[in-house]
Each structure stands twice: as structure tokens, then as C-alpha cells.
Design a protein around this ligand. Structure first.
Ligand code: TSJ
Length: 649
């Protein structure tokens, strides 16, 4: 309590309730932000709404029809209404006139008189006493019972008792206040556009209300007067003013259930943009809430029901989605609730759960009646939704194509893939061939009908150390996944494999073994289902061929017994007229196309080893060892594999 107040109290008898009053308004001045949100420009304008809301309530109660707001030349505000006038009789509890209590007791505004409900009140739920506390001066004139009752306050404190200052032939309340620059340190200047915008909105939200704003400040004198018999239907028309609409008059419905009134106005534009605005007790619920939820559900259901009943949607066609039926929609939903619960980050989400079913039922009934009574409009609405659904499906498809292009789908087959002509994965084979020269031989030697060749060059990426996007950025790896058509990562789908044989064809030397290990590791880690399905093979180019004349009679595979097998074969063919000769094969690159076909690719002669998951796991371990930080095991591996690969798969 200030010294000033204490001194005042010392000279006068105050009862307990009056001490509370003084302390209450003093608290408002101490922490204004707690009552009006902030003391910035926002808070300053909030004062106007705290006052205007009372007149709106009087209008909603059915007693006021005209509200005027003036920005006075000195930046003070006057609000005038033609309601019953704030009661001036002495209240039992306080022994003071009701109007004085309104301005001097925190939270007392509008709570007396009973009946109806306080619809407005802003986000902070405070009243006129707060405005009084934060104004250097405030005066009220109540026109009631043929008399003009007057009282003035300074920084919330009563200047003099309520007095009669004249006669009148009307009723109503006029409040005039000057915001305190000690509180509003940022600015005390009102923004006409800001007040005007909200005043127009209040006019839309309160059908039939006349509300005006007048700027009396020098050089910017102007008046805006609003009065919408259509209420929120006019709001929808206003929003759609410069848009093409699919029917002229907005659909409008209002209803009441359990003391909750619900109004909905809506109109479709020919465009795609959705504008759904909702309000609860004239407060814009930016975050939506239960009223919007009820509306959306009803809109979707009613349109689908109508479309089905009228065969606009066939039995085999899917329902329109909420998004479909809201394309091009402009809608305003306004509910008035005796006890609104505001939730969400900015307290602009209506939380009252009963509002879902009330809004749903009231709107559903009205809207389905409307569709029945206006079949041409109904047809247009349904057709617009169907068009939106088609566009949605097409857009999804387009997105998938885009994803395929940027990703690893078959629409973007790698340039160096020599694909086969068959589309039957059960019979097709993909050869991964090390090196360009072997790749060239394989391409010309293969059976184009069912064999595809993907040459890869050099060492591929260390998939263990690389991040997912690095792996996906690697050209060799991308080529492999793209050619296989299986997708990658979470989207991997073995059933999409374009080949049910994936054949690794690498040289029988240490580099070949290394590359094969890398490939197996990649497959093990990123294509495991392909391994599990048994699709992965390793080509087994022979080390020797046993030739009689120009014909190759037998191939000898590399291995520990290769010399014994060669001798046995020579034995078998030495009985004939011409002596068998030995053909020795080195790397893949040393075979011509015909030889490569005959020895390694022709299903009639070739040997291929199917790779099991365990084999690949082993390769993966070897890979870890090769790529790991330890030098010793790596050298051992390379020495052991110097001759040819002994990776037993
Ligand atoms: F907020 C305010 F107090 F400053 C204020 C109130 C400011 C303005 C511009 C208007 C009003 C206001 C209050 N306008 N109309 C009313 N009505 C009543 O307070 C009222 C009148 C009669 C009865 C009754 O039951 O007879 C009840 C009420 C709440």
C-alpha cells in the first residue's frame, strides 16, 4: 500500500471490504501485465476491449443494439451503448452504488443482475475495474430512469460519490478513459486500423449489432460504421469478396443446445485454399478446438452420406476425405458458451468436450437439410470434393514418381545397366561385374533375354563407416539398388526385386575378393531379405578348361583340388583320337565375350555358389576386419588370399 493511500485511510473510516478494494486495484497497478497481458501496444488496446465487451454483453442480452467507440482528440477513449445502463442502486453487500462497485472491485464487472451469461471478457477475464486502475482518469455516465448518473475516478480511486448531473430520455452507458502513461510506457497512442479491424469482426460475430468507430484526432478524422444483418454469413461473403464462388449465398445455420449457441456459415470458392475460422464467445480460437472438430466431422460425413445416397459416389469408390471436402471452403464457426474453457499454447483452443457433439448435431441436421433442398448446389459441392479427391490421388502418384526419381526406383535405371528384355523376375539374372573390360565382355557375351549386366568400378564405399545419406549418394551403391528395384532402408521391399538372381562376378584375385566382400557386406547390411530369399550368387569362373579340338569339354574350378581335378579330366579325354589341351583362365578381363559366356554365364555349363546369410555374415566380419583399425589381421588376410580368393561361399 502506498503512503498516499495510508494517509487517505487515516483521515477516513474504511471498512474491511474497502481496504480490499484499494489493495485490489493497487495490485493491478503493481502488476498490470498479470491483468492485461502486457503494458505494450497490445495491452493498451486490450483496455478498449475490456470496456467494449460489456456493451457487447448488453447487446447479446438483447438490450443494446448500438455501440460507438471514439478515439478522442487527446488519445482518450469513449465507449457509448444504448443498453439499460449499469445499475446505480445501492448494493446490500458493499453499501455502495452498483456502478461504483463495477469500477472499483476486481472481477466484479457484469456479475450482478443474473440471467444470461458473460460471453465476452477477453483472454484475461478481467473487467472494467482493471481499466479504471490503469487510467489516469475515467468517468462513467449512466442514462437510466430519466437521469444521467455520473462518477469519476483517478487511477482507480473514486473522486466523488455517484451524482445525478442531468435529465435524459434514453438509457445507456457511456464510459470515457485515459490510459496512464506511467503504465503504458511504450505508447498511449491508439491505432485506428487495429481497433477498426476488431470492431468490424465484432459486427460480423454479433448479427444485427450496429457498431462504429470514430477517430477524432486532428488530421485523421474518420468514422467506420458496421451493421451486418447476415452476421457470420456476411463475414464469409466479405472473405470471399474477390473470389469466384460455386454458389452465391453462403450456407448459414444457427442453433442452440444446452445453453450453447452454434452458428456456422460457409461457402465454396472455385479455388483450393481452405479458410476455416472459429470463434468462441467472440474470441478467435486460432488453435481451433471442439467446435471446429464437430464441424469438420459433420461436414465430411454429411457430404459422403449425400454423395452415396445420390449415387454421386459409387459403391466401389472410397469416401471423400476431410481434406477433399474442405478444398476451396470458406467457413466461419461461432459458438457462445456460458463457461468456455480455453486451452492450448496461446489459450485460443476451445476445450469444452460437449461442444463436439452439439456442433456436430446442429450443423449436420441443418446442412443435410440444405443439401436435400438445394440439389444443384449439393451436386456442385460433391463434385468439387470428388475433383479434390482425384487431384489428391494424382498428386500422391506424382510425389511417388518424384520420390522414385530422386530415390532408388526403377523409373530411373542407371545408365550403365545393360538390362535384359524379360520382365519376369523368376527367370532374370543381374550380374554385378567388376571392371569395365569384364563388363564389356559380359554385355556382349550374355543372353540378353534374361541376363542383365551392371558393371561396377573399383572399390565401393565402406558402408560401415559411412552415414546413410553418404551410402545413398554413392554412385555404385545407388546403381545396384536402383537396378534391383527394391528400394532402400525402411522402404526396402524384396517382393519388388526385378531379378531373382543377383550374381556377383569378380576376379579370382585379392582385389576381386575384396570387392566381393564389400558387396556381400553391403547386401548383408542393406539387402538382407534378398539374401534370405536365396537370390544372391557368386559366379565361379573356372581356372582351367579341358579342350578337345575346338570344343571345351570340361571346366575346372579354382580350389585346393584344382590340379587333381585337371589331371582326372585330362585322363578322361585322352582316350580319344585327338589329344585334350588345357586352357588356362586368368582374370575375368582376360576372357573374351564368348569365353565368359561359355565358362561363367551360360546356365548349361556354369557353376554358381548360392550365398547364405551365414556366408554373408562371415563376409561382413571379414569386411569389418579389412576396414577396421587393426592392421595386423588385415595383412594376414591379404597374404592368405594372395593366390586367389579362399572365401568359401
Ligand atoms: F465495463 C463497463 F462497466 F465499463 C461498461 C459497462 C462500459 C460500457 C461502455 C457499458 C457497460 C454496460 C453495462 N452496458 N450495459 C450494461 N448493462 C448492465 O450492466 C446491466 C444493466 C441492467 C441489468 C439488470 O439486470 O437490470 C444488468 C446489467 C448487467
Amino acid at each position: 500500500m502506498t503512503e498516499e493511500l495510508k494517509q487517505e485511510m487515516a483521515g477516513q473510516e474504511y471498512d474491511a471490504s474497502q481496504i480490499q478494494v484499494l489493495e485490489g486495484l493497487e495490485a493491478v497497478r503493481m502488476r498490470p501485465g498479470m491483468y492485461i497481458g502486457s503494458t505494450s501496444k497490445e495491452g493498451l488496446h486490450h483496455l478498449v476491449w475490456e470496456i467494449v465487451d460489456n456493451s457487447i454483453d448488453e447487446a447479446l442480452a438483447g438490450f443494446a443494439s448500438h455501440i460507438q467507440v471514439f478515439i478522442e482528440a487527446d488519445n482518450s477513449i469513449t465507449v457509448v451503448d444504448d443498453g439499460r445502463g449499469i445499475p446505480v442502486d445501492i448494493q446490500e453487500k458493499t453499501g455502495r452504488p452498483a456502478v461504483e462497485t463495477v469500477f472499483t472491485i476486481l472481477h466484479a464487472g457484469g456479475k450482478f443482475g443474473g440471467g444470461g451469461y458473460k460471453v465476452s471478457g477477453g483472454l484475461h477475464g478481467v473487467g472494467s475495474s482493471v481499466v479504471n486502475a490503469l487510467s489516469t482518469q475515467l468517468d462513467v455516465r449512466v442514462h437510466k430512469n430519466g437521469q444521467i448518473h455520473y462518477q469519476e475516478y483517478k487511477r482507480g480511486q473514486v473522486v466523488a460519490d455517484l451524482e445525478v448531473i442531468g435529465e435524459t430520455d434514453r438509457t445507456g452507458t457511456t464510459v470515457h478513459f485515459t490510459p496512464d502513461p506511467e503504465i503504458f510506457t511504450e505508447t498511449t497512442e491508439f491505432d485506428f486500423d487495429k481497433l477498426n479491424k476488431r470492431i468490424q469482426e465484432l459486427a460480423f460475430l454479433n448479427r444485427g449489432l450496429r457498431i462504429s468507430i470514430t477517430d477524432k484526432r486532428e488530421g485523421q478524422e474518420q468514422t467506420k460504421d458496421y451493421h451486418y444483418e447476415g452476421g457470420i454469413a456476411s463475414y464469409v461473403e466479405y472473405i470471399n469478396e474477390n473470389k469466384d464462388v460455386i454458389f452465391e449465398t453462403p450456407i448459414y445455420t444457427d442453433g442452440e443446445m444446452e445453453d450453447i449457441t452454434v452458428e456456422v456459415a460457409m461457402q465454396y470458392t472455385t479455388g483450393y485454399h481452405e479458410t476455416v475460422m472459429s470463434f468462441a464467445n467472440n474470441i478467435h480460437t486460432h488453435e481451433g478446438g471442439t467446435h471446429e472438430q464437430g464441424f469438420r466431422t459433420a461436414l465430411t460425413r454429411v457430404i459422403n452420406d449425400y454423395a452415396r445416397k445420390n449415387k454421386l459416389l459409387k459403391d466401389n469408390e472410397e469416401n471423400l476425405t476431410g481434406e477433399d471436402v474442405r478444398e476451396g471452403l470458406t467457413a466461419v464457426i461461432s459458438v457462445k458458451h456460458p463457461n468456455p474453457q480455453f486451452e492450448g499454447q496461446t489459450k485460443t483452443k476451445l476445450g469444452n468436450s460437449e461442444v463436439v457433439k452439439i456442433t456436430n448435431r446442429l450443423f449436420s441436421d441443418a446442412f443435410s437439410d440444405f443439401l436435400l433442398e438445394n440439389p444443384q448446389i449439393a451436386k456442385k459441392i460433391v463434385e468439387k470434393g470428388i475433383l479434390a479427391a482425384k487431384a489428391r490421388v494424382a498428386a500422391k502418384r506424382a510425389r511417388e514418381v518424384t520420390r522414385k526419381k530422386s530415390g532408388l526406383e526403377i523409373s530411373n535405371l542407371p545408365g550403365k545397366l545393360a538390362d535384359c528384355s524379360s520382365n519376369n523376375p523368376a527367370e532374370t539374372e543381374l550380374f554385378i561385374v567388376e571392371g569395365d573390360s569384364a563388363g564389356g565382355s559380359a554385355k556382349s557375351g550374355r543372353n540378353r533375354e534374361f541376363q542383365a549386366i551392371l558393371p561396377i568400378r573399383g572399390k565401393i564405399l565402406n558402408v560401415e563407416k559411412a552415414s546413410m545419406d553418404k551410402i545413398l549418394a554413392n554412385e555404385e551403391i545407388r546403381s545396384l539398388f536402383t537396378a534391383m528395384g527394391t528400394g532402400f532402408g525402411a522402404e526396402f521391399d524384396v517382393s519388388k526385386a526385378r531379378y531373382q538372381k543377383l550374381v556377383l562376378m569378380t576376379d579370382a584375385d585379392v582385389d576381386g575378393a575384396h570387392i566381393r566382400t564389400l558387396l556381400l557386406t553391403l547386401i548383408y547390411r542393406y539387402m538382407k531379405p534378398v539374401l534370405e530369399a536365396g537370390y544372391v550368387y557368386i559366379a565361379q569362373p573356372p581356372i582351367y578348361g579341358v579342350k578337345v579340338g575346338s570344343e571345351i569339354k570340361e571346366y575346372i574350378q579354382p580350389g585346393a583340388n584344382q590340379e587333381v581335378e585337371l589331371a582326372a579330366a585330362l585322363e578322361r579325354y585322352s582316350e580319344g583320337r585327338s589329344k585334350p589341351t588345357i586352357q588356362r583362365y586368368k582374370g575375368l578381363g582376360e576372357m573374351d565375350d564368348h569365353q565368359l559366356w561359355e565358362t561363367t554365364m551360360n546356365p548349361e555349363h556354369r557353376l554358381m555358389a548360392r550365398v547364405s546369410v551365414d556366408d554373408a555374415a562371415e563376409a561382413d566380419k571379414i569386411f569389418d576386419m579389412l576396414m577396421g583399425d587393426k592392421v595386423e589381421p588385415r595383412r594376414e588376410f591379404i597374404e592368405e588370399n594372395a593366390e586367389y580368393s579362399t572365401l568359401d561361399v
